[in-house]
Design a binder for this molecule. Structure first.
Ligand code: MG
Length: 194
């Protein structure tokens, strides 16, 4: 049976701002590195680590295994540093009803399911499904596109919330905007994308 509609939402920097958690995680890794307990990081990445501490954003080209350590700290130990995007969460709660499912589509990884669901529940969000990747073999945008390609078979209408414009462009150029309505989340505002 085809259901009426779903809000498909990204998690990090869409429903929850993760800059603070990432910044704390970078700070901890920085300390470990300075104390020489972590020898896998090179000088190039130390500079980037300083940047992450300041901005709470992971730049492209950052060492992959180190990136995993960083996200693991941010999404587990510092998960309580996530800041809810209250206006978007409030909006979702207001429009949710039995004909509108909430589906979380996040590339953060299956290993963070418990903490992800915990954050949703403690903020009163009831998700029908939380979709996370088992690995990071595919690029985030391609993985999301493949999952949405499956979801459009189950729903006649999808409202997509995502904070990365490049992800929206990648998905909309492949799936079109007949079934999916794309919204770019910029802080606490939603911007309709064509
Ligand atoms: Mg995001």
């Amino acid at each position: 049976m085809v259901k009426l509609a779903a809000i498909v939402s990204d998690f990090d920097d869409t429903l929850f701002f993760s800059k603070k958690a990432i910044s704390y995680a970078a700070n901890e890794l920085y300390k470990i590195t300075k104390e020489n307990k972590n020898t896998s990081i090179n000088n190039f990445d130390i500079k980037k680590l300083e940047l992450i501490m300041a901005e709470g954003k992971v730049p492209h080209g950052f060492d992959k295994s180190f990136k995993n350590e960083l996200y693991t700290l941010a999404y587990t130990k510092y998960s309580n540093m996530l800041i809810p995007n209250t206006s978007i969460i409030k909006y979702i709660k207001e429009v949710s009803n039995k004909d509108l499912d909430l589906i979380i589509l996040s590339a953060r990884g299956e290993e963070f399911r418990d903490k992800t669901e915990e954050a949703l529940i403690s903020n009163g969000l009831k998700a029908e499904k939380v979709i996370l990747p088992n690995n990071h073999d595919l690029s985030d945008e391609h993985w999301k596109y493949l999952k949405l390609k499956e979801l459009v078979k189950d729903y006649s209408h999808i409202i997509l919330f995502e904070d990365k414009e490049e992800n929206i462009k990648y998905i909309s150029s492949r799936l079109g905007n007949e079934i999916i309505e794309f919204y770019l989340v910029e802080g606490n505002t939603l911007k309709r994308m064509q």
